[in-house]
Write a protein that binds this ligand. Structure first.
Ligand SMILES: NC(=O)c1ccc[n+]([C@@H]2O[C@H](COP(=O)([O-])OP(=O)(O)OC[C@H]3O[C@@H](n4cnc5c(N)ncnc54)[C@H](O)[C@@H]3O)[C@@H](O)[C@H]2O)c1
Length: 256
């Protein structure tokens, strides 16, 4: 929660991957707080549907079909956000996927490249596109999504994904420290299993999902709103001294 009432009122956030799961839940939370939301996703119909839902609740929302692996599309996203709302205060990079679960020796070059293109380059493009604008404003907060898997390495199922999220974590650290004295904060969140279409998108077998959940001390997945509320806190004026680090949201830990 912010320190100042109405802190988010009229401020603008760009959310990538906003058509589903954590990105969508975060869009609804920021809209609740009166923020303008730029709903970016490769799923154009999904972005439109989320923007419609936000507008129905009285918020200002701009859907922008964006493939974050494309630098020109991400640059256009930031241009459109500034043209519509005048400035961008926050960026939440939620677009990400593990694509496919497999053992380490079955990871082919294509899977590795796709995973790094989306999770690493997507985050990299968005940060590079928005940072000059935030630096000009003298303030801005970027929140990236890593994963608890970066700590576990994803043995037997997703080393490609865990490694990409490790890169997101490291990039966050570097950006945060490079721009810390210029009004920019940059943080990452490392969730455990979250109840979204993510597992389905990566064709995760149900028995693996059960194993993930059984190993969580709280014996349940996070709900996407439990990540979104943390994004709100991280972007708020109650969180002014926190930058560079990742915060684990994982019900006490998980799959080793
Ligand atoms: N759900 C989990 O268990 C979990 C755990 C740890 C980390 N994460 C991370 O959380 C983030 C959000 O995942 P989620 O659970 O909400 O999954 P999700 O599948 O519900 O949402 C991901 C969204 O990203 C979008 N997307 C995919 N490729 C894109 C591209 N090239 N450009 C723009 N958008 C694209 C999808 O269309 C989708 O709307 C991801 O970065 C994921 O890696 C998820």
């Amino acid at each position: 929660m912010p320190k100042t009432p109405d802190y988010f009122h009229g401020k603008t956030i760009i959310i990538t991957g906003a058509a589903s799961g954590i990105g969508r839940a975060t869009a609804l939370i920021f809209a609740r707080e009166g923020a303008n939301v730029v709903v970016a996703d490769v799923d154009a119909a999904g972005s439109q549907a989320v923007a419609d839902a936000l507008r129905q609740r009285g918020s200002k929302a701009l859907p922008v079909a964006t493939d974050v692996t494309s630098r020109p599309q991400v640059e256009e996203l930031v241009r459109r956000a500034i043209a519509e709302f005048g400035r961008v205060d926050f960026l939440f990079n939620s677009a990400g996927s593990a694509f496919r679960r497999c053992k380490f020796l079955e990871i082919d070059d294509q899977l590795l490249e796709r995973t790094f293109d989306l999770n690493v380059k997507g985050t990299f493009h968005a940060m590079q596109a928005v940072l000059p604008h935030m630096l000009e404003n003298g303030q801005g907060v970027i929140v990236n999504v890593a994963s608890m898997s970066h700590k576990r390495g994803g043995p037997g199922a997703s080393v490609h994904y865990a490694a990409a999220k490790g890169a997101v974590l490291t990039m966050t650290l570097g950006v945060a420290r490079e721009f810390a004295d210029r009004g920019i904060r940059c943080l990452s969140i490392s969730p455990g299993p979250v109840n979204t279409p993510f597992a389905m998108a990566a064709d995760t077998p149900p028995e693996l999902v059960r194993k993930f959940v059984e190993d969580v001390p709280m014996k349940r997945m996070a709900e996407p709103e439990e990540i979104g509320e943390l994004v709100l806190f991280m972007c708020s004026d109650a969180c002014g001294y926190m930058t560079a680090d990742t915060v684990y949201v994982n019900g006490g830990g998980g799959w080793r």
